[in-house]
Design a protein around this ligand. Structure first.
Ligand SMILES: Cc1cc2nc3c(=O)[nH]c(=O)nc-3n(C[C@H](O)[C@H](O)[C@H](O)COP(=O)(O)OP(=O)(O)OC[C@H]3O[C@@H](n4cnc5c(N)ncnc54)[C@H](O)[C@@H]3O)c2cc1C
Length: 365
């Protein structure tokens, strides 16, 4: 999708030429050459990305020194030393399978996309977090080996989806670069107006990728064999925004506990039953967990103190913070739920509520 010449330089003189407030990353937009300058140490070391135009098919077709000086806005007198350089291609590639028998893939081995929204490494870490607790369950002996199937079922669709977010963003950014008008380089009022318009459009587009709460907190697993779905669809999310939710598959909403800790920091090493009303009997679930061998931590949370404004009294939360089940009270057949949670239920994603009516009732406060 996008060829990029990246150059890591030592250039102590650059800092004093910058008239704006110091920034970690600066985008240069002009009709001759668009690029991105990243401050590595805030002083002397800089990384310059030169985004090649679609018709620049060979890296060597662009003079690196000329491009770098044009991006920085400096002339031939400016001194810099190249520490390293790397030319790379932004792609959208997602593996069809994340597992082959005893081998699992995570991170860039499983998915590669143009590095927007800072999400390549984040997604790789999320893969590893998901795979690790699943592997731990199987290796510790409380989970069925079928739990391992959940890894690909959960992570492959998410990374496929994120790859499209990143690609769509990349296409929009490329479109903006191509559309920079020559007026941005004119002094005076018309130049000011053109710069302001281009700058605002770049801000509006990119603020989503730099504040990408949707990608980090809004995604959900909607086709997992180990999540007890109850018929409600999770709220949609964008790159920049999300709506907190208790729908199974979503990430548990963050709330502050009364002593200043975060709910998410208090989750146990395996499943955690979060109880927002201590009059609700947790024993059926605790006993079922003991019978099935699933390690279960019970966490009592003061609903009002935490400001938890969802209807549910109980959330079953996984160590990766995703919700596996929710309810007003323990389910009628807690053993069946526990079988699903440890990967031993047969029908993928079937409901643990005894009927659609009960599922609906579970969501009426
Ligand atoms: C310009 C750029 C900017 C980026 N910015 C961000 C960002 O801001 N935020 C973000 O989250 N992500 C970002 N990314 C993406 C991020 O860098 C990658 O997603 C991440 O590094 C992938 O980590 P990984 O461990 O999966 O793979 P890698 O980092 O590729 O690690 C794989 C390792 O395996 C080794 N290896 C390969 N084959 C073998 C073998 N046969 N035996 C043993 N070892 C082997 C390799 O040498 C390498 O060390 C960016 C990427 C680029 C190119």
């Amino acid at each position: 999708m996008q060829r990029v010449q990246s150059t890591y330089i030592h250039a102590p003189a650059l800092k004093d030429l910058i008239t704006q407030k110091p920034a970690w990353m600066t985008m240069s937009l002009n009709p001759r050459r668009c690029g991105t300058t990243v401050s590595i140490d805030g002083r002397d070391f800089w990384l310059i990305h030169n985004h090649l135009a679609p018709d620049e098919l060979e890296f060597d077709s662009v003079d690196r020194d000329w491009a770098l000086r044009t991006i920085l806005g400096v002339d031939d007198r400016f001194q810099y030393d190249i520490i390293s350089k790397e030319d790379w291609v932004g792609r959208r590639l997602v593996a069809d399978r994340f597992r082959d028998r005893r081998a699992f893939i995570c991170g860039d081995a499983a998915h590669l996309w143009i590095p927007y929204a800072g999400y390549g490494m984040n997604a790789g870490i999320a893969d590893a977090v998901d795979l690790c607790w699943i592997l731990a369950g199987v290796l510790q002996g409380w989970a069925s080996p079928a739990l391992l199937d959940a890894y690909e079922a959960e992570r492959q669709p998410i990374t496929e989806q994120v790859s499209h977010f990143a690609m769509n963003h990349a296409l929009a950014v490329m479109g903006q670069r191509r559309a920079v008008p020559p007026e941005v380089e004119i002094d005076g009022e018309s130049g000011d107006a053109a710069r302001s318009k281009v700058g605002q459009a770049a801000y509006d587009l990119n603020v989503q990728q730099y504040c990408c709460a949707g990608l980090n907190f809004g995604y959900y697993y909607d086709r997992s064999p180990i999540i007890a779905y109850d018929g409600e669809a999770p709220p949609p999310y964008s790159m920049g925004g999300f709506t907190a939710s208790t729908v199974p598959g979503a990430r548990a909403p963050h709330v502050w506990l009364t002593d200043g800790r975060s709910l998410l920091d208090e989750l146990g090493p395996a499943y955690t039953l979060v109880r927002f009303d201590q009059t609700i009997d947790a024993a059926p679930l605790v006993d079922a967990a003991a019978r099935s061998g699933v390690p279960l931590t019970v966490l009592d949370v003061d609903r009002a103190g935490a400001g938890f404004d969802f209807a549910e009294n109980l959330l079953m939360v996984r160590p990766d913070t995703h919700i596996a089940w929710r309810g007003l009270a323990a389910p009628r057949d807690p053993d069946r739920l526990l079988e699903r949670l440890r990967g031993a239920a047969s029908e993928p994603g079937s409901r643990e509520h005894d009927s659609a009516g009960e599922a609906a009732a579970a969501h009426i406060a």
